[in-house]
Design a protein around this ligand. Structure first.
Ligand SMILES: [Ca+2]
Ligand SMILES: [Ca+2]
Length: 505
């Protein structure tokens, strides 16, 4: 293929432009600059999100010296402790928890390698490599002129003017350093005191020391407290939680979380699955940080909060089940003295910082419905289909007759109890025990005002339960109870169809 001269010219121009643009991008990335340091802890440079800090005063030792940056860089990116920097006539030493680490001297450095000058008096980190030219990030490369402090950033040296060391982790060279994410939920500190630092129970020098954390240990600090001018950090080490005096450690990087002042939001509250025995409360709970628990204190109107435990705020028996942002809680009648009637449930959502919010639900009327007073009703058992029939003193179950022997007048008293009076016999339904007290049956009696003559009538979905003031419920028991003429027996409440009746009026 042959090109014309003009075409060749255009191709050369194109290649030239590409090379020019690419080289332009490279140059911008790391220009050497002299900057003015105007305040302490000024961020002069940054690599992989680990900042180089400069201070105005002399800083040939400590966190703002050159070694301070190398230590922080390795602690932040690799969780590796670097020691013996500039105090030892040889390469620095490295150590790590849970990994076998060492340094290997290399002729061709890569980003992240340690640079140590040949006099072994200065260190930095390799930021970029272009041929035999190395760009550094370093601390304490500064001088003062006429009272102004200057520093040089992106300083470049030739590979022959320093030693370069590569981190080896479990036998493999570390990859070139890349941008790392600075923690936002904690700070990372490294013990700087040669004798280690005491982990104390509370942020006080007089508090018991749990153990001593050795020199160079890298720690997570989740909270800070300034106690009379001494700054303490909350941390954990070897499974123990406590506080260390932060003046014995060096800040590496990271931020404490901003304090959480936003309580959870409770929404979409609903009550479902209402049966005679239980109901379910469902809601959505959202929080900016996280939910620790959602409590559903519940009590019946009857006798107030007698059925609510004092420790409901933390008691797991009142905790809802959290599934994503949805929380459910089942209220059971059995947990509330087996009472019917009005139930109150409130919702308290707690976030991980202790903020809370609350919502009052509509409550549930469990098993009750207001019956009109003074009406005559037929009472039909749901399971057998037979009717309560007044025959002599003891009612029995019979097929429908359509006469007064199966009609009962229901009257509500001012105390909420009902009387149930046979229209044909003009006697009240009551309960009676046999001589041994083992068997309890329904009986028709003349009105005398005993508690056995008073009833609560509870409704759920058109089905009614008759509960005597003595605590017994009308129930048909045993197989023969389903036949005609079988007597109605009494029992403490059981949850089966034999307890339930239809009222026809
Ligand atoms: Ca919150
Ligand atoms: Ca109660």
């Amino acid at each position: 293929m042959k090109y014309s001269n003009r075409t060749k010219y255009l191709i050369y121009m194109f290649i030239f432009m590409v090379v020019f643009l690419m080289s332009g991008i490279d140059v911008k990335a790391s220009q050497t600059q002299t900057i003015v340091i105007s305040k302490d802890r000024q961020v002069a440079d940054e690599f992989c999100n680990v900042k180089a800090y400069y201070v105005l005063q002399s800083s040939n030792t400590g966190p703002y010296c050159c070694a301070g940056y190398v230590k922080r860089f390795y602690a932040a990116l690799y969780n590796v402790c670097v020691s013996q920097i500039n105090t030892y006539a040889g390469p620095p030493a490295v150590a790590a928890v849970g990994a076998n680490v060492s340094l290997r001297q290399v002729a061709v450095p890569q980003p992240g390698d340690i640079m140590q000058n040949t006099a072994r008096t200065h260190v930095g980190i390799v930021k970029e490599v272009e041929g035999s030219q190395v760009t550094l990030i370093e601390q304490n490369w500064k001088w003062t002129l006429n009272g102004t402090v200057y520093a040089k950033i992106n300083r470049k040296i030739g590979t022959g003017y320093a030693y370069f060391y590569r981190l080896v982790i479990n036998g493999k060279d570390a990859a070139p350093a890349t941008a790392a994410v600075e923690p936002k939920d904690r700070q990372v500190w490294q013990v700087s005191s040669g004798g280690g630092v005491n982990l104390r129970q509370s942020p006080s020098a007089s508090s018991a020391s749990l153990l001593t954390i050795p020199y160079n240990t890298i720690l997570n600090v989740t909270e800070e407290q300034n106690v009379n001018g001494s700054v303490w950090g909350k941390t954990d080490y070897n499974g123990k939680n406590g506080w260390i005096l932060l003046s014995n450690a060096m800040y590496v990087w990271g931020q404490y979380p901003a304090s959480d002042i936003t309580p959870p939001v409770i929404s979409d509250v609903s009550i479902s699955h209402i049966t005679r025995n239980s109901y379910t409360v469902t809601c959505r709970v959202n929080d900016d940080r996280g939910i620790s628990r959602v409590q559903f204190p519940t009590w019946t109107e009857a006798s107030g909060q007698d059925d609510l435990a004092n420790d409901w705020w933390t008691n797991p028996a009142y905790s809802g089940t959290i599934n994503g942002g949805t929380v459910t809680y089942a209220v059971k009648r059995s947990a509330h003295n087996s009472e019917f009637g009005i139930y109150n449930t409130h919702i308290y959502a707690m976030d991980t910082s202790g903020n809370w919010s609350a919502v009052v639900t509509d409550g549930v009327d469990l098993g009750t419905k207001k019956l009109k007073s003074g009406i005559n009703v037929y009472i039909q058992n749901i399971r057998s289909g037979k009717y309560v029939t007044s025959t002599g003193n003891y009612p029995t179950m019979k097929n429908f007759r359509n006469n007064a022997s199966q009609l009962y007048k229901i009257n509500k008293r001012s105390d909420g109890y009902y009387t149930i009076t046979s229209v044909s016999e003009n006697k009240r339904l009551s309960i009676v025990k046999n001589k041994t007290g083992n068997e309890i049956a329904l009986k028709l009696v003349k009105a005398t005002g005993k508690q056995e003559e008073y009833w609560k009538i509870y409704e759920n979905s058109g089905k009614y339960v008759f509960r005597n003031k003595t605590g017994y419920e009308v129930v048909m028991i045993q197989g023969d109870s389903l036949k005609s003429n079988s007597k109605l027996r009494m029992n403490m409440q059981k949850d089966c169809k034999t307890n339930m009746f239809r009222l026809i009026y």
